[in-house]
Design a binder for this molecule. Structure first.
Ligand code: OGA
Ligand code: MN
Length: 207
């Protein structure tokens, strides 16, 4: 991706985010990188490296498949060239968000996620009651040839009462404000892979 195409892509995402609280773009990363990340997510999922995701925080964390049925693994720098390239891309986006919207975003955390067929995540907000650092949610999808009838959409509940569905197609990024956008993951008829993350601002509490 050239610097100027990255600049235009980020500018349009940030514009949407400022105007409507969410955005969606295809081809968010170079196709080679998307393919490498998909292969890595698949490998991690099928080697048993992903763990059942929990809901709640701290001592209240629990696996509850009736609320959330995905399996996840957090990304750390230095695990692979593809992951590092993705983290760099997201850090560039973080800096662009700060320059344009003055959000004071300090870092970015993300995990691979795999939803087995039938798994879902009920309607929720991404910001925790006791930790308000998560400010912008970013979900990058890794699934080739996704068809609408396969389900698995990310459903956003917009402020005006409408709903917007994002299909989890390889290369698509969904971006939305963590505190204000209720959303859910609908069950799918096939495995659904993604990289889900959050831009966080500085915390005030003893986290
Ligand atoms: C989440 C989430 C959305 C998606 O992990 O909090 O809402 O489309 N994921 O995977
Ligand atoms: Mn969420």
């Amino acid at each position: 991706m050239t610097e100027s195409s990255q600049h235009d892509l980020f500018a349009s995402l940030i514009d949407d985010l400022a105007n409507q609280g969410w955005s969606q773009r295809a081809l968010f990363a170079p196709e080679v990188l998307t393919r490498e990340l998909a292969a890595e997510c698949r490998k991690r999922a099928h080697s048993g490296a992903l763990n059942a995701a929990s809901v709640g925080r701290g001592g209240a964390q629990q696996v509850q498949e009736g609320i959330r049925g995905d399996r996840i693994q957090w990304l750390e720098p230095g695990q692979s060239a593809a992951c590092d390239q993705y983290l760099q891309h997201m850090d560039d986006l973080r800096q662009a968000l700060n320059r344009t919207l003055y959000l004071g975003l300090e870092d970015y955390e993300c995990h691979f996620a795999c939803y087995a067929p039938g798994a879902f995540y009920q309607r929720h907000l991404d910001r925790f009651r006791d930790d308000d650092r998560r400010t912008v949610s970013a979900v990058f999808y890794l699934n080739d040839d996704w068809q609408p009838e396969q389900g698995g959409a990310l459903r956003l509940y917009l402020a005006d009462g409408r709903e917007h569905d994002v299909l989890p197609r390889a290369g698509t990024l969904a971006l939305f404000l963590s505190a204000d956008m209720p959303h859910e993951v609908l069950p799918a008829t096939r495995e659904r892979l993604s990289l889900t993350g959050w831009f966080r601002r500085r915390g005030e509490g003893p986290f």
